[in-house]
Design a protein around this ligand. Sequence first.
Ligand code: GDP
Length: 433
Amino acid sequence: TPVLAVVGRPNVGKSTLVNRMLGRREAVVQDVPGVTRDRVAYDALWNGRRFTLVDTGGWEPDATGLQAAVAAQAELAMQTADAVLLVVDASVGATTTDEAVARVLRRSDRPVLLAATKVDDDRLTADTASLWRLGLGEPHPVSGLHGRGSGDLLDAILEALPETPRDTFGASSGGPRRVALVGKPNVGKSSLLNRVSGELRSVVHDVAGTTVDPVDSLVELDGEVWRFVDTAGLRKRVKMASGMEYYASLRTQAAIEAAEVAVVLLDASEPIAEQDQRVISMVEEAGRALVLVFNKWDLVDEDRRLAMKRELERDLVRVRWAERVNVSALTGRSVAKIAPALRTALESWDQRIPTGRLNGWLADVIAATPPPVRGGKQPKVLFATQAQTRPPTFVLFTTGFLEAGYRRFLERRLREEFGFEGSPVRLSVRVRE
Ligand code: GDP
């Protein structure tokens, strides 16, 4: 279903409005200012149409990095939703924070709506009108107290939401492929970007028909132009203030979701850290292709090399399908190998196995190793189909539940047969009664 993201400062009445729109009291109303860290998704229904409402949480302007925080929230909303609703407190008017987020949202190519809350009596209608200057079109007045206006707002939302969620990548097909360059601080992201974007400026204007979002970089690697998404911070070498880790991780997540393939940069001279694992998990969960680039290879000696081998086996087995490249951004060593790894990963991510071939393979595997008996019954696997690419997603139709161990076995065999190097693969089971 199409996704609506709701953004706004704390205490503007966002949760009350979300409750109104859902027609139930599920979203907890918060009176305490603070960052709601979790994004919560609800299924919403209005006039017979379903959509998903994502409450992105409020942002709290306590640190010096307010602009970064706001930008990260709004950008995440823009990149993951089909439409965005900005909630502003009409009784307070537009604050500088509201203005900052409006500035970010005005760049969005998705519809943005403006809700003016706490319009509890008619005197406040004039305050509502002043919100036009946010440049997001007509403010929709709502009263959390009376529930007035929320129906009109929902009508406007449905009008703005596309019937079907838009294909994030369909729009960019034919253009440069989208790469997220992510990793914990100091692994060398800026250094690598600078190293590969040596010829950047000459390239930027030569790519016909591409509009370049100022936050992205177009980079030529191995004769091909790639779009590195959300690299503005890396180009400027902006360092995050302390306490901004949460927003840094939101940004990382937004970049991954906006990309088709993620380059997770790791520091080869240090043990694999918890933070590295978290970034890798984000890529897996988002279903993006993955290239692990081990940087600072110039600092690696024989001992470290052996230790790394052990760490790979211990900490990264679950992504042993990922492409791996060892580089040094400092010396430029092997940086050229990144492009072929990106291509392999994307090929796998795009790969479609014809149904005939898939079922031929499946019949052989199952004949040799049938699924384990459960509750006295032998589940039969009837048929398989690849329901999706990007990432490859398979559906198995069966007569009974398949154990997790057997599903993993099938995924392993699937990879042995068809490859899929560099791409996650999803396998779901549908039991037919
Ligand atoms: P970022 O925070 O991920 O963008 O990391 P930076 O690019 O700012 O790099 C952090 C530090 O690591 C800097 O002091 C770099 O000079 C250094 N560095 C980056 N790449 C390499 C490399 O390949 N080898 C070595 N020895 N140092 C590197």
